[in-house]
Ligand binder design. Sequence first.
Ligand code: AP5
Length: 231
Amino acid sequence: MSQQVNPAAPVLILLGPPGAGKGTQARMLEETFGFVQLSTGDMLRAAVAAQTPAGLAARSVMQAGGLVSDEIVLSILRDRLAQDDTRAGVILDGFPRTAGQAAALDELLTYNGQEVGVVVALAVDDHEMIARVAGRYTCASCGEGYHDQFKRPDVAGVCDKCGGAEFKRRPDDTAETAGARLEAYHAQTAPLIAHYHALGKLVEVDAMGTIDAVASGLRAVIHERGVSAQA
Ligand code: AP5
């Protein structure tokens, strides 16, 4: 894998509770800056749909709102990071989520001659997160994200991006599971904020504003830190 990695390729991390807007913002950054969004949630959902051994093991944990084992998550992420399209730089969306994942990421990046560039913590109230998660749906064809209240397609029932007319909701977006996911976030992921702060990597962005306002805050952080995609 080390031969395929571009050591100058930036690694951005988006931290935040469920519904903070990690996926929404990662997709916008991908379009604006040319980084590649790597969402461990999307990878796990793909594994569940494909009924791979990792997907079969992850399915019930995800449905209950818990965290999938570090071993499974790390194995799928390593495979994904070894692909050529990550050479320009990546946005890690939903990873790392535990101290063990953060340590493994450091080890992997060090091996590749890379390091974490900037870690953005998206700050959002718990009650807002439940509203965001409960109203979320995505285009079944291209995955573009929408919300019943905050982000509707321009033409009702038609995806703005690809024109698709089928949409889907995640099975873990119930109020009950969202509560469990939030608990897992506070217990296991939120401590990473202090970890990256101590390393001088952390920037907090207020994620309570509109999608465009949050995107503008993120772009400012990226410009200030001088992070840019590599050719
Ligand atoms: P994952 O898919 O990563 O879910 P999550 O972290 O719970 O985050 P979400 O996808 O729910 O929220 P988001 O922050 O991306 O918000 P979004 O942009 O969609 O993980 C799912 C599961 O997989 C986990 O529970 C776990 O089991 C497992 N897993 C994944 N990674 C793992 C790991 N590393 N280790 C172990 N297990 C792992 O926005 C939400 C909605 O709000 C959208 O409808 C959007 O349109 C809207 N919205 C976004 N921003 C705004 C805004 N500023 N104002 C108004 N509405 C907004």
